[in-house]
Design a protein around this ligand. Structure first.
Ligand code: ZN
Length: 319
């Protein structure tokens, strides 16, 4: 039995196949995502990639579809589709089912990533864990009693808008327009904002020299930190502290045995994870708030792989 997964991210639409009982993708395809896509165009793009991927002729049992946004797993529709305004409110699950002839389960991409880590990554064997993905924003999901929490129409576990700086600077602001959001301070824009501040404060640093006239990437800042530049290292350390403050709050809420950090920034520089761990430890109520804080294991595949388990996981919630 073959289960398909799809992952609609900011830049790419990816589709993969997994055989039931296995934990790796059999095959995959990727396509540049077009921000002007209509629902019909997304459906046709998924169908074309699935047809190209079906090498064995084995029938498809179901499709799990992960996407960024307020994705309603019960109603099968997409909301808050900032990157794909043409998909706002679209009943994508029904449209995909009509085209493909199989059950389709929609799920937010952060929840998919947590599900992937639960079944095939660093969440295996854990009864309770919290996963966050650090990238452009902060997504994630919560697993309690071995099950992905999908309450509140899939909006639970999206911790990026937690308030971690209630009276701090307005910049950088979150796309929600409200001040002090965790993802505005601890994800990519926050890291780059901190880099500009530290470059200005330390004109003698590699960070300042490398930032003159250009916007550095997180990869550049990691290289300068690795070369021993204290200002570049401080960018990762202070970002890691902010990551840790949010995670410490999640630890207090959910009492997980593990915390998983994934997404493109997570492994950007070891100082981020070190500082995040120290911050969690500093805020932990002793002795019971002692989660293992680990990098996620599946890298950029977590969401796509996790999507292949979405139909089974959500069906089990209704048993
Ligand atoms: Zn926000």
């Amino acid at each position: 039995m073959i289960i398909a997964g799809a992952d609609l991210g900011g830049t790419h639409l990816r589709v993969g196949l997994r055989r039931a009982g296995e934990t790796r993708l059999l095959a995959r395809r990727s396509l540049s995502a077009d921000p002007t896509w209509t629902p019909a165009q997304v459906v046709e793009a998924v169908a074309a990639m699935l047809e190209a991927l079906q090498p064995t002729g084995e029938p498809l049992a179901a499709l799990g579809f992960g996407a960024t946004g307020d994705i309603d797993p019960e109603g099968g529709a997409c909301w808050s589709m900032r990157r794909f305004p043409g998909l706002e409110g679209a009943p994508l699950a029904a449209l995909l089912t009509a085209r493909l002839g199989v059950p389709v389960q929609l799920l937010n991409d952060g929840l998919c990533a947590a599900l992937g880590e639960l079944r095939a990554g660093a969440g295996q064997g854990a009864r309770d864990f919290v996963m966050v993905t650090l990238g452009t924003g902060i997504g994630g999901g919560v697993v309690l009693d071995g099950r992905l929490v999908t309450a509140a129409r899939g909006r639970v576990g999206k911790a990026g808008h937690m308030i971690v700086d209630w009276d701090g600077p307005v910049q950088p602001t979150c796309h929600c327009g409200l001040p002090g959001c965790w993802q505005a301070l601890a994800a990519r824009a926050g890291l780059l904002h901190r880099a500009r501040e530290l470059a200005a404060a330390h004109p003698e640093s590699l960070l300042a020299a490398g930032s003159a006239g250009v916007d550095p990437t997180p990869e550049h800042i990691a290289e300068w930190a690795a070369a021993g530049d204290p200002a570049a290292l401080a960018v990762w350390r202070e970002t890691g502290r902010l990551v840790g403050v949010g995670l410490a709050n999640l630890v207090k809420l959910f009492a997980p045995e593990r915390v998983l950090i994934g997404g493109g920034l997570a492994a950007g520089h070891p100082e981020l994870l070190r500082a995040a761990r120290a911050e969690i430890e500093r805020h932990a109520i002793k002795p019971y708030q002692r989660p293992d804080v680990l990098l996620a294991a599946l890298g950029p595949d977590a969401g796509l792989l996790g999507a292949t388990w979405a139909p089974e996981e959500l069906a089990s919630h209704h048993e």
